[in-house]
Ligand binder design. Structure first.
Ligand code: DC
Length: 212
């Protein structure tokens, strides 16, 4: 089974994806990490984030061993990822890696922006996670502070809104729900509540009670 989770920045889809993968015994891929890794390579080597040739090269040389690098979690890497991910050739290069991950048994949970629309249009269940931008900014700020980083909530909110706009309005693989995605608004839910709501959706789809 393939579970596709999409949603905007800091909507909680990463945590949800990890928890669902654990619940079902599947593998989990946070696809944002891929774009963050590409952006980080450019930043480290002093390249401009809009340098297409350098970005494509970094995508071709993607090393999953480096996905655990804490530097990929920063706001700067997220902002960089939003820029490199708008380059069509970078996305093309990364499609196969994601599809291969999804196809390997026993099943997979992938979260990102275009999993239900482009990467896995035939996913068994698609969930589009949304949350109020202010709630997302609050959560991201708390996460950053917990990592010992300084974070100004107003600046985080501005960053989230800017990233949402860029991710939604790019011509290739924009952030949008697949027509057959189930919407999960977790503005008022804690992590456990979000996980339960997602499992309810998945189980209902599996039982054939919902159209999906
Ligand atoms: O989910 P995240 O914050 O780690 O994602 C970082 C950026 O990467 C996001 O702003 C847009 C891009 N991204 C994408 O274009 N497609 C994906 N499937 C995942 C992330």
């Amino acid at each position: 089974m393939i579970i596709a989770i999409d949603g905007p920045a800091a909507s909680g889809k990463g945590t949800l994806g990890k928890r669902l993968a654990h619940h079902y015994g599947y593998r989990h891929l946070d696809t944002g990490v891929i774009y963050r890794a590409v952006a980080y390579e450019l930043m480290q080597s002093g390249h401009d984030l809009r340098d297409e040739a350098a970005a494509v090269q970094a995508a071709l040389e993607l090393d999953p061993e480096k996905f655990g690098n804490p530097a990929l979690k920063t706001q700067e890497a997220g902002e960089g990822a939003s820029i490199v991910s708008a380059i069509p050739r970078v996305r093309e290069v990364l499609v196969n890696f994601q599809r291969q991950f999804a196809a390997d048994p026993p099943g997979a949970v992938l979260d990102g922006r275009d999993i239900g629309t482009v990467i896995c249009p035939h996913a068994d269940v698609k969930i589009f996670v949304v949350a109020d931008p202010k709630v997302r900014a609050r959560r991201r700020t708390m996460e950053a502070r917990a990592r010992g980083e300084e974070a100004d909530e107003a600046a985080v909110l501005a960053d989230i809104i800017r990233r949402d706009e860029r991710d939604k309005n790019r011509p290739i693989a924009p952030l949008k729900p697949a027509p057959d995605a189930y919407l999960l608004d977790n503005s008022q839910l804690d992590i456990e509540g979000g996980v339960r709501a997602a499992i309810d959706i998945i189980e209902a789809v599996r039982a054939g009670r919902l159209r999906g």
